[in-house]
Design a protein around this ligand. Structure first.
Ligand SMILES: [Zn+2]
Length: 327
């Protein structure tokens, strides 16, 4: 109740502060979605990262009536109008292509879809797999605690600590029967047919979200570059592919380091996208933050609150800084 009141007040007032207006007008606000579906599977529902088609329309109306939506090419060229916004989607779910893109097409709005090709090609559903293991599989929870990687209190959130080697070790000891249960847990991914169709749409840009949805911070340089190259190779045949990269899980510090960001920039990535929920004051930066829109952002005031929250906290000297856990 109090939180609702505070968010409403922030949404109503925040955008009128001169400093906030300056950031939005001269910077770049990037919005991020995951899936858009009226029949979400448990994984995206539990994560709060699916919005219904009706809410998506409302959120897109909010964006297009308050911002100038630009294509990725304009960001890469540094050629932006006042108060620009970019619309992005992570992961590459079927609903993004079948439900969200048709809605954007009606209004001729450009967007970027950043995909992991491993799940699209039927490979490793890493985010779902590790989330399921940490939340639902007791033997895995005990295994993680015994390995010293989690405590009773935080084991449900420990998926970002999991590595392929760790899961392989668990499976060699306990088996992999749980994998059959993932079919009904996972949100369906796009097909290569969806990608081919999107490739015909001049308003869509395709980008990379790593081949498998690993937490970059847990990867060696060699493995990171291998995963990066593998995804780029799988996307290279699509004309709409551009070297944009969104970090899986996306939190600066806990999900990637500044050094890893530099490594990707030196190895072919032109622009890196985070999940730090802030508008960008400097649109020319090669690492840009993104504001995630979820089911709770369902009124204009709550949408504004989500946009201005970080700049207002910063103005008040109360903002948490990104990269807190970085090396
Ligand atoms: Zn993702």
């Amino acid at each position: 109740m109090l939180r609702d009141f505070m968010l409403d007040t922030l949404g109503l007032m925040g955008r009128h502060f001169k400093q906030v207006r300056g950031t939005l007008d001269a910077g770049l606000t990037i919005f991020n979605f995951h899936d858009v579906s009226d029949t979400p599977a448990p994984f995206v529902d539990e994560q709060g990262c699916n919005v219904t088609t009706a809410l998506f329309r409302k959120q897109v109306d909010f964006i297009s009536s308050n911002f100038n939506v630009v294509p990725a090419e304009a960001c890469l060229a540094g050629d932006l109008p006042a108060r620009p916004a970019l619309i992005t989607f992570d992961d590459g779910y079927a609903g993004t292509f079948n439900n969200a893109l048709p809605i954007l097409r009606e209004d001729r709005l450009p967007s970027v879809v950043l995909v992991n090709m491993s799940p699209i090609l039927g490979g490793n559903f890493w985010a779902e797999r590790t989330t399921y293991l940490c939340r639902k599989v007791e033997s895995f929870q005990k295994f993680l605690i015994a390995e010293g990687l989690a405590s009773e209190a935080n084991v449900h959130q420990a998926h970002v600590e999991c590595t392929q080697g760790l899961v392989d070790r668990y499976e060699s000891e306990y088996g992999a029967d749980y994998l059959a249960e993932l079919d009904s847990y996972n949100q369906p991914y796009a097909t290569t047919g969806n990608l081919e169709e999107a490739d015909e749409d001049p308003n869509v840009t395709l980008g990379s979200h790593l081949y498998t949805h690993y937490n970059v911070r847990t990867l060696s340089d060699e493995m990171l570059l291998d995963q990066h190259r593998k995804n780029n190779a799988a996307l290279a045949g699509y004309r709409r592919f551009k070297p944009l990269f969104a970090f899986p899980f996306g939190q600066p510090g806990s999900c990637f380091t500044q050094r890893q960001a530099d490594l990707l920039l030196q190895n072919g990535a032109d622009l890196l996208l985070t999940a730090w929920p802030s508008p960008n004051a400097d649109s020319s930066s090669r690492i840009l933050d993104r504001i995630s829109l979820t089911p709770e952002h369902n009124t204009d005031r709550k949408l504004w609150a989500q946009v201005v929250k970080y700049p207002v906290l910063k103005m008040l000297g109360r903002a948490r800084e990104p990269w807190a856990q970085s090396d």
